[in-house]
Design a protein around this ligand. Structure first.
Ligand code: PAF
Length: 282
């Protein structure tokens, strides 16, 4: 596995791979890898010749007062996990290289896709994500890029951007990977105390109960949302940011459940913000 920090060196390495007819598969991350990331890498390994992982904690997607400074990092561990997953190139740029003095260009996806849900709680978040992902795509030049469905809205926004900008990249969404007890894997889980970790199980439990109601014939979104709010409010340290049932494509809220409905949750437990989501009818 080669580790490259220099942007031009990375572009040249990827250009040579493309010239040699190789398919580049790409997994962009902010590091502190967990099983969710590893599932993307394993799938990426199968889908291409050159597997590229990027690790970059992107400052532009963190709002003021968010956890940029304390975001967990462990490069040595990430490096060894990347080797185990068969990564060929690890791109590890620094902030000054990605955002040099005078940096002034951002890519934005307009409309409800970026202003609802996470966009309503974190107004500058998606602008940071779409800008850095565009930059990474221009540096790595992949044919395939893989993202986890845990960040459901991020996947929708990146798919929209890729289609709108005619980027010749296949965006692959991969299933959420959960701990044995149901908690969706996230780098931020490490912030949770033992008691918060127990309360965090309310998210997957809410999704499970919501799916159960829908499978048993409940078609009114309001009824499922009432159950979800009651279940989440039962936890002492949990604050709800949003609980919504939306169409999986448009992310617009729906009144009646169908096969395209997804329930999305965002909460804070103590100082830790967690998101999760699930289909209602499989
Ligand atoms: O999902 C993430 O880890 C980040 O939002 C991404 C896509 C790597 C962009 O910084």
């Amino acid at each position: 596995m080669e580790i490259i920090s220099d942007i031009t060196a990375m572009q040249n390495r990827c250009l040579s791979a493309r010239a040699a007819g190789q398919t580049i598969t790409f997994v962009p991350t902010m590091g502190f890898l967990h099983e969710g990331h590893l599932s993307l890498l394993r799938e990426g390994r199968k889908r291409g010749d050159l597997l590229v992982l990027s690790i970059f904690v992107n400052p532009t997607q963190f709002g003021q007062g968010e956890d940029l400074d304390r975001y967990p990092r462990n490069f040595e561990r990430d490096e060894s996990l990347a080797r185990e997953c068969g990564v060929d190139l690890l791109f590890y740029p620094d902030v000054e290289a990605m955002y040099p003095a005078g940096y002034a260009t951002y890519v934005t996806v307009d409309g409800p896709l970026t202003t609802t849900l996470e966009g309503a709680c974190r107004p500058t978040h998606f602008r940071g994500v779409t800008s850095v992902v565009t930059k990474l795509f221009n540096i790595v030049m992949p044919q395939v890029a893989l993202f986890g469905r845990k960040d459901f809205q991020q996947l929708a926004v990146i798919s929209r951007m890729t289609a709108d900008l005619n980027l010749p990249i296949d965006i692959v969404g991969m299933p959420i990977i959960r701990e044995a007890d149901g908690l969706a894997m996230s780098s931020r889980n490490v912030y949770l105390s033992d008691s918060e970790r127990k309360q965090a199980l309310a998210l997957s439990d809410t999704l499970r109960q919501a799916a159960e109601m829908a499978q048993n014939g409940e078609s009114e979104a309001d009824k499922i949302l009432t159950m979800a709010q009651d279940r989440l409010h039962a936890e002492a340290d949990l604050q709800i940011d949003y609980v919504k049932i939306c169409n999986a494509q448009s992310l617009e809220e729906v009144d009646t459940i169908d096969h395209e409905s997804v329930i999305l949750l965002a909460v804070s437990i103590g100082k830790t913000r967690l998101i999760d989501n699930g289909n209602l009818i499989s």
